[in-house]
Design a protein around this ligand. Structure first.
Ligand code: AMP
Length: 409
């Protein structure tokens, strides 16, 4: 959080009232840096993750600009376009946009796959001040001219790195080609590999670069632990852990959809309220799963990486990596689901012998060692060197934070 205030950032009164209603009192660092730049009409390259407050950072200036212009969008025409990599993220952005525009008369339309195309076209018939969409469906409606981007004055590409991971580059290029060259653009990405940097170069004009510290520096309140065990021991350890009510709102990550279903089935049989969320679930199923989790009707959400991307649920007490992710960067995204907006959180990973290599990569990338609970792992190589046993202090912290898991540890 910062020393500045929202009025000091130059936001108009209807937005300040909406922020008050939403109980956002102090701008986050990304908001403090991004909002004045965007209000001044600059392009922005933001290096920030979900959890940083980036959605409000790009939404507020767009709302301010759109509200200041008195014309309305013609049928099938969009005035602003926000692209997100996943449906869930698009819906979350929509939620934020609606909350922050509550005192303005602006029309928002969500254009995502897995939902009724017909309804989206009907909504576009009245024009849209803001379209929030995923690349595939946006391209689809563009082709039939049921979404026209020639008047877009504001463009946001959110989670650009994930967009590229998901293979959306062609769709993005097609969409950008349909935008007017005179526009304000911003691109947000958690990481800045070469491909994202070159995409940013082609989209942005003399951008202001806004960077907040990476997750490992901004999430000091996430306590991280790892259990070394066999693959076959994972289910029973998970059940033992969930015997403790301290694990009140838990995301369990698996590497595959099949794995997610399997774990959810085991938990359900044990009487635990659980839903699974992954790419094979329909949009209504995903929305229900998220709603149940958000409202506390389901205590556990079992998810794959892509499905969980951008999930914004506050109060997640524990993230459990039932399987370690294939990519070290996903680990950072996963554990970032807990400890949102300043709350504390715990991330626990299960690591079987085949996952030790990935664990090492994760530790190397984060430049930190994850505390081992339970048995120290056997050595990885034939070298007789044993990894350091967990420090007494680390063990105590884990047990303090997660009473009742002692038996598991
Ligand atoms: P985001 O990074 O946009 O996904 O936002 C992460 C979370 O922080 C969301 O739950 C937001 O509602 C919340 N948030 C964003 N800005 C603020 C703020 N200035 N004060 C408190 N919470 C915020």
């Amino acid at each position: 959080m910062t020393n500045t205030t929202f009025p000091a950032l130059g936001l108009a009164e209807p937005l300040l009232r909406a922020l008050e209603t939403r109980k956002f009192t102090i701008p986050t660092p990304i908001q403090a840096d991004t909002i004045p730049a965007l209000i001044a009409g600059k392009d922005v390259l933001g290096i920030a993750q979900t959890g940083s407050g980036k959605t409000a950072a790009f939404t507020l200036p767009i709302l301010q600009h759109l509200a200041a212009q008195s014309f309305r969008a013609a049928p099938f025409v969009a005035r602003a376009l926000i692209l997100a990599p996943t449906r869930e993220l698009a819906l979350q952005i929509d939620e934020t946009v609606r909350a922050l525009s509550i005192n303005l008369r602006l029309r928002t339309v969500v254009i995502i796959g897995g939902a009724s195309r017909f309804k989206q076209v009907e909504a576009m018939r009245r024009g849209a001040d803001i379209v929030i969409g995923t690349p595939g469906r946006v391209c689809d409606l563009m082709q039939t001219r049921e979404l026209q981007l020639g008047a877009v004055s504001h463009f946001v590409l959110d989670e650009a790195d994930r967009m590229l991971d998901l293979g959306f580059i062609k769709d993005i290029r097609r969409i950008v080609a349909a935008l007017p060259s005179k526009r304000q653009s911003c691109l947000f990405s958690a990481t800045m590999p070469h491909e994202v940097a070159s995409l940013a170069n082609s989209l942005l004009r003399e951008p202001i670069r806004v960077e907040i510290a990476r997750a490992e520096e901004t999430t000091p309140k996430i306590d991280q632990f790892v259990h070394h065990l066999s693959q076959s021991g994972k289910q029973s350890l998970l059940l033992t852990m969930l015997g403790d009510p301290v694990l009140s709102r838990v995301i369990v990550f698996t590497r595959t959809k099949h794995g997610a279903n399997k774990v959810a089935g085991v938990l359900e049989n044990a009487g635990i309220q659980v839903n699974a969320i992954h790419g094979n679930k329909s949009q209504p199923q995903r929305e229900k799963a998220l709603r149940d989790f958000r409202t506390g009707r389901a205590r556990v959400l079992v998810a794959t990486d892509i499905a969980a991307r951008g999930i914004d649920v506050t109060g997640i007490s524990h993230v459990i990596n039932f399987d370690l992710p294939a990519e070290p960067e996903s680990y950072v995204h996963r554990i970032g689901r807990t400890a949102r907006a300043g709350a504390a959180g715990v991330a626990i990973s299960f690591c079987d012998p085949s996952e030790r290599v990935i664990l090492r990569q994760i530790e190397r990338q984060m430049n930190q060692t994850i505390a081992v609970v339970g048995d120290a792992p056997p050595p990885m190589t034939s070298q007789p060197k044993r990894p350091a046993a967990p420090g007494q202090a680390q063990r105590r912290r884990y047990n303090d934070r997660s009473r009742g898991m002692r038996s598991a540890a």
